[in-house]
Write a protein that binds this ligand. Structure first.
Ligand code: EPZ
Length: 423
């Protein structure tokens, strides 16, 4: 099992280019099921989770191939649906597979999708997804751990989510585009990945208004046609590199950086003393981040977009362990997203957790140590901490990080980090 060996204490310098967003690619690949025509997706990241989604599409009967530069382009065509199902063997490795439910239900009128179990960061139920499908007229039963859904044709209704759910919004939006009548989603997720999916659906002939706001209106159509899209850059990947540069007293240019999707982080980095300069007023500029000798401590509270992203909480905590002062980090989205605390403590961090809030007290330095990755973003936080620490760290179970970061060790190596993947 691969692990990372990192010798820390080296400021990062150089340029890194951000790839396509995992959390946009996954729903957009699912959306290919909604039409028998060909869809072309450019800028699809080479990630383990994307490979899992492609395996699921194969299982469903979608013909696809990767080509283009470095395989970043995926041609997919769901001419026929061979199996309207997502088996446990696939869903257990990636809960986002459950986003195939809406498209299958809309396309075929039935679907059998394994209920995803919990995961390291929380129970992550799907009750909001299922409640919406039931309100749209689907018959939903749970059979041997599977969601069995049937609906001759879904009908548009007004739905209000009890809480903001990103994949819930995406799953239901993909079901609604082929439903009879109008669907209104209240308390919808506003994430850029939701907007990207809505744009793809609209290009396919769907009628979606309001994506990016808390109220999305979808007027169902009879059928959708194929399209060609480019995946938006990954704001969480970009944010991870911005924090890495800031906390290692570095000077890094982040290319293809969706800064407009990172306003909350940009505010916090500036408050903490990092300098952020953008090259041009485009949506994805090159952003230069210069870290101070020592960051100032700054509190964060995670929230749905456009608030501070929960997927950047662990990375911020790593930065705050060596910042000047004490900071409070409050996690409001998931109930167990402090798995990185125990590992950071092994490096000498001083962190106390009280419910949903972690208090991080400044220490002069972190010390390298043997570490264990537990989930995708916690792993990223350990890599960042190891980069800033004195001495050597060995991080086990890096398959977690390969789910969401393309060749992170190569990217960091090119920024001057002493990091290697040990097989
Ligand atoms: C998406 O997960 C992302 N994954 C997550 O990124 C991200 O952390 C999360 O949104 C929040 O931004 C993808 O987009 C593939 P939610 P999702 O539904 O949709 C509760 C990463 O690291 N909830 O917005 O599964 C849920 O338990 C991953 O890339 C219900 O109770 O998250 C959580 O506490 C990790 N019932 C909260 O809502 C439901 O039916 C938000 O979850 C749905 C959600």
């Amino acid at each position: 099992m691969d692990h990372f060996r990192i010798h820390g204490g080296i400021p990062l310098h150089g340029t890194v280019t951000i790839g396509g967003a995992k959390n946009a690619a996954l729903p957009m690949l699912s959306a290919c099921v909604l039409t028998p025509q060909r869809c072309v997706l450019h800028g699809v990241p080479r990630l383990h989770d994307v490979d899992t989604m492609l395996k699921l599409l194969t299982h469903v009967g979608v013909q696809w191939e990767r080509n283009g530069n470095g395989g970043a382009t995926v041609n997919a065509q769901a001419e026929k649906i061979a199996a309207s199902e997502a088996p446990y063997t696939i869903v257990k490795t990636m809960r986002a597979s459950s986003m195939i439910l809406g498209p299958l239900l809309a396309r075929t009128g039935h679907a059998r999708v394994s209920l995803p179990g919990g995961c390291a960061i929380g129970a992550r139920p799907m009750d909001q997804h299922l409640k919406a499908f039931k309100e749209m007229g689907a018959e939903i039963t749970i059979e041997e751990g599977n969601i069995a859904a049937r609906a001759d044709r879904l009908r548009g209704v007004e739905i209000t989510f009890d809480m903001v759910t990103v994949t819930g919004t995406e799953n239901v939006m993909m079901a609604a585009v082929l439903a009879e009548g109008q669907t209104i989603l209240n308390n919808a997720a506003r994430e850029p990945e939701v907007v990207a999916l809505a744009e793809m659906l609209s290009q396919m002939g769907a009628r979606v208004v309001g994506a990016g706001t808390a109220r999305i209106t979808i007027d169902g159509v009879e059928q959708l046609h194929g399209t060609e899209v480019t995946i938006i850059p990954d704001r969480i990947q970009a944010g991870t590199y911005l924090i890495a540069a800031a906390m290692t007293n570095g000077d890094v240019a982040v290319e293809n950086c969706p800064l407009s999707h990172l306003e909350a982080l940009q505010t916090k980095l500036t408050e903490a003393g990092a300098r952020i300069e953008k090259s041009a007023p485009t949506a994805t500029p090159t952003v230069r981040v210069v870290g101070p000798r020592k960051l100032r401590s700054v509190d964060i509270t995670t929230a749905p977009f456009p608030g501070y992203a929960t997927d950047l909480q662990a990375q911020w905590m790593a930065a705050m362990t060596i910042a000047d002062g004490a900071s409070a980090i409050t996690e409001t989205i998931f109930e167990n997203r402090f798995m990185h605390v125990a590992e950071l403590r092994r490096m000498g961090a001083e962190i106390t957790v009280d419910g949903h809030t972690a208090i991080v007290k400044s220490v002069a330095k972190l010390s390298g140590a043997p570490l264990m990755a537990t989930d995708l973003r916690a792993s990223a936080s350990l890599v960042l901490a190891a980069l800033a620490a004195e001495g050597q760290s060995d991080i086990q179970r890096v398959y977690h990080i390969d789910r969401g970061y393309e060749r992170i060790e190569e990217q960091l190596y090119s920024l001057g980090a002493r990091i290697e993947r040990v097989r």
